[in-house]
Design a protein. Structure first.
Lengths: 343, 162
């Protein structure tokens, strides 16, 4: 009898060992045609960057790519998103790739891989142009992507830290963030036709009402030496430089009318008129924010979106304001929100 | 781009928990059995908002601390030197951030390891041969977020004492 008990205990113990269980995943949520995409960098090294979505009615969908593509992860440091012709080009910086998706469904389409510290992507005349830092100590470049075959067909060396890229007047403008220059590229000859000296750490571009180009130069941390530089695309000369008296992240937005520039430091958003010669003041300070990291203005509704990272401890917050600085609403985002793409 | 970072400790965390462990030993015929279980419950909650006053991250479990953690083992030893041991562990869901939402998180997982060994004793020397399998159920799991751990893997060892 004692032996029987012993084997029974042993058998029960083994049964407990060998049982197993499984967990259920979140369900996909459908299509994402209207609203704003939020680029969430994620935490460096955690491969938890995502694209989230705020619908026109204010409904938030987290991790579009993962929820549609069976839990696939986008990767490490989701740097930027560019939407064109129903395709979304998602630049994943630390995984050195561009993940291309159907912009309406977010189903994965194809991947451009073997890149070197990719930053921003645009398309122009049926070609893709991707900025890459390449590596520290080497000048950055713009890689040309054949959108039919999905391969890199060539590259144009610019300057150190090839960052943001924009097309205006048939030319491509690239801010070289470590070189304090802007490279002007002729896409027909695929060569740099001019290098414009700007201020320290040039970042994002916007185009104003007069079709002049603005680049925000963030300046150096703690040095309060940020600048706004206005460039004339007709001559590729600098029209004026406005000293900001602060240093910023090198991110900028312009209102629907194309007359006022918006940028930020800490949890304050500043605004400066395109006709001004000196920097404007703080437009608003969001007391419940920790640290802003991205800004955008919806070109249709003129609503200002600003992203708060919450120090990366978890999901961030997106605050919406009018362009005159009145708070509208707030939404949750993924981890490390850094930019917006409007549809 | 102005990447100047300073790590910051959370200012206030409440930790409470309970641990339990037990084992039994028994023998019958030529077989000796030892089996045991242990379990721990650890609640580590952040108490100060980020920023202070914001309730979003308050009373959330700290990243990478599982609420539930359990182990169990059984070892069967036979007089002639054979030994079979099986280990099973359960690690509960761990969050990678203070949101404590299910995705992204490291899901709870159960690991099973097993090994069979035999002691060999000769006049001048002795040896112990062992074959083992780790993650015997070949489950997918992550110790760090989005970093897959190995599936089923095997282990063979021979230790000679002389």
């Amino acid at each position: 009898m004692k032996n029987f008990k012993f084997y029974l205990v042993a058998l029960l113990t083994l049964t407990v060992f060998l049982s197993s269980c499984s967990d259920d995943d979140d369900k996909p949520k459908g299509e994402f045609e209207k609203g704003v995409f939020v680029v969430n960098e994620g935490n460096f090294g955690s491969s938890d960057g995502t694209i989230s979505h705020i619908s026109a009615s204010g409904e938030v969908t987290t991790d579009l790519f993962g929820s549609v593509n069976n839990g696939l992860i986008l990767g490490d440091v989701v740097q930027s998103l560019y939407v064109e012709n129903d395709l979304g080009y998602i630049v994943v910086n630390n995984d050195n790739k561009v993940e291309v998706v159907n912009a309406n469904t977010f189903e994965a389409s194809y991947t451009i891989s073997d890149l070197k510290q990719p930053r921003y992507f645009i398309t122009y005349n049926n070609k893709g142009y991707l900025t890459e830092w390449v590596k520290f100590g080497d000048p950055g470049r713009v890689s040309i992507v054949d959108l039919e075959t999905h391969v890199v067909t060539g590259s144009i060396t610019t300057d150190f830290g090839a960052e943001n890229i924009i097309e205006e007047n048939g030319k491509l403008y690239v801010s070289n963030t470590f070189a304090s220059t802007v490279s002007v590229i002729d896409p027909v000859s695929a060569t740099v036709v001019k290098t414009i000296e700007v201020e320290n750490r040039p970042g994002e571009f916007v185009i104003d009402k007069q079709n002049k180009l603005w680049v925000i130069c963030g300046g150096d941390y703690g040095e309060n030496n940020g600048n706004l530089v206005q460039i004339d695309p007709a001559t590729n000369g600098v029209i004026k430089t406005i000293s900001l008296g602060i240093d910023t992240y090198g991110k900028i937005a312009i209102n629907k009318a194309g007359t006022t520039l918006y940028y930020f430091k800490g949890k304050s958003v500043y605004s400066t008129s395109t006709t001004a010669t000196t920097a404007g003041d703080v437009l608003f300070t969001e007391s419940t924010a920790v640290d802003f990291y991205g800004i955008g203005i919806d070109p249709e509704t003129d609503i200002l979106y600003v992203a708060d990272t919450k120090a990366y401890v978890g999901g961030g917050t997106v605050f919406t304001y009018t362009t005159s600085g009145t708070a509208i609403s707030s939404y949750t985002s993924g981890r490390g929100p850094s930019g917006f793409v409007f549809e | 781009m102005d990447g100047v970072w300073t790590p910051e400790n959370l200012q206030k965390v409440y930790i409470k928990g309970a641990e339990f462990s037990a084992h039994i030993e028994n023998s019958a015929h030529r077989i000796r059995m030892k089996a045991g279980v242990s379990y721990s419950y650890t609640q580590s909650l952040n108490k100060i908002g980020i920023p202070a006053g914001d309730p979003k991250f308050v009373d959330k479990q700290l990243p990478y601390v599982p609420l539930h953690d359990a182990r169990a083992f059984v070892v069967l030893s036979e007089k002639s030197g054979w030994q079979l041991s099986i280990n099973r562990s359960y690690t509960g869901i761990r969050y990678s951030d203070l949101d404590n939402i299910v995705s992204p998180s490291m899901k709870g997982f159960q690991l099973t390891d097993a090994s069979l060994s035999k002691k060999l004793v000769f006049k001048k020397w002795s040896a112990e041969a062992m074959v083992g399998v780790r993650n015997a159920m070949d489950i997918y799991y992550e110790n760090l977020i989005n970093r897959a751990m190995p599936g089923r893997n095997y282990l063979i060892s021979l230790v000679i004492h002389f």
